[in-house]
Design a protein around this ligand. Structure first.
Ligand code: FAD
Length: 319
């Protein structure tokens, strides 16, 4: 079922959803199940599964030299989507990237999604490759998420890369999610510019937005206001990540280009150990969720990042 249909059916009630990441290559799916098992009793409406870009790895050749190879270290997005969908009977949303994929490869992946009964796609550009400063589009691939949205939407109308197929018997139309940034995407020259690009994604066929994580709700409220003023009228789902370890004070701003509220920074700085930090993170997140529920958000979307005990505590307060 499409994410937007879940939202419509809920008639204003806030839904629950999670984002999970595939295991490192070579590891089984068991640990992933162990992490999400305790979260399933709260009946999420959908689960996103991330896709990782390929990266350079360096292998010792035994003669003192290193060999550089390229590899995707967390493959298996679609397989995990299919497994979860059938194990838990929950809708899954594979993340599909521009970076690292040709348009042909993307088309094959979308066709697989159709056969697997996957109705939703999160369309993303992806970041620059590790160690590279700027995002370089893959040869023969999409440059921006908006191009990917167009490709997905075209396929929905029977327009494949080799030509149009009329009267086909597939129901090709996907519900498309895209990313939004309450604190602006790092490469965008201004918030207004970024919103213009977001609006373009929606005009080209995106059905809903999921935001980058934020720890200050005011950033989300302001973003929704600006988006509505800019004419973006699709659901804007807040992405939520509870702070869990002291290292997050540096890591979250560095990786996700977000600001942390001063009160939270002070509270975490005073913690003697990571157990105390986790508790502060849980309390902060519960307060965030209360305010977001009062605001009437369509869903609370939790970035689990392979950990579930703190999220379980937070979610159990509301669902
Ligand atoms: P775009 O929408 O293409 O925007 C990228 C930049 O280009 C922005 O600055 C925008 O303002 C600008 N821009 C957009 N369109 C145009 C245009 N037509 N002309 C000129 N400028 C333009 N990354 C992963 O690798 N894997 C994941 O699974 C993943 N999941 C994510 C989930 C969510 C909810 C979010 C918020 C992010 C996720 N990311 C993921 C990170 C994302 O790939 C990066 O933030 C990436 O840098 C931008 O992706 P985008 O889809 O927002 O790009």
């Amino acid at each position: 079922m499409k994410v937007t249909d879940h939202i419509k059916e809920a008639k204003g009630k806030t839904l629950l959803s999670y984002e999970i990441i595939p295991p490192q290559k070579g590891h089984g799916i068991g640990d992933l199940y162990k992490n999400i098992d305790p979260l399933m009793e709260f009946k999420p409406s959908f689960i996103d599964v991330t896709t990782s870009r390929e990266e350079y790895i360096y292998l010792e050749k035994g003669n003192g030299l290193m060999e550089r190879k390229i590899s995707r270290m967390r493959p298996g997005t679609l397989g995990i989507c299919a497994s979860i969908q059938y194990k838990y009977n929950v809708d899954t949303v594979p993340h599909v990237l521009c970076g690292g994929f040709t348009k042909e490869e993307t088309e094959y992946l979308l066709v697989d999604c159709l056969y697997l009964g996957i109705d939703n796609i999160m369309a993303l550009r992806g970041d620059a490759m590790k160690g590279e400063k700027y995002f370089e589009p893959t040869k023969g691939g999409n440059r921006y998420a908006s191009d990917l949205v167009t490709q997905i939407n075209d396929l929905g109308k029977g327009k494949f890369l080799h030509g149009e197929i009329s009267g086909n018997d597939l129901n090709n139309s996907f519900c498309i999610g895209v990313a939004g940034y309450p604190e602006k995407h790092l490469e965008a020259p201004s918030m207004q510019y970024d919103l213009k690009m977001l609006k373009q994604k929606v005009e080209l066929g995106a059905d809903y937005v999921v935001t980058q994580m934020f720890l200050d709700n005011q950033k989300y409220f302001e973003f929704v206001k600006l988006a509505r003023e800019a004419g973006i009228d699709v659901p804007i789902i807040p992405g939520i990540k509870p702070l869990a370890v002291k290292k997050h004070l540096q890591l979250l701003p560095q990786v996700f280009k977000i600001d942390l509220p001063e009160d939270l920074v002070n509270a975490v700085s005073q913690c003697k150990n990571n157990e105390a930090v986790k508790q502060v993170g849980i309390e902060w997140c519960v307060q965030q969720c209360k305010e977001l529920l009062d605001f009437g958000v369509p869903a609370l979307h939790f970035y689990t990042m392979g950990k579930s005990d703190n999220i379980q505590k937070i979610v159990s307060e509301f669902f």
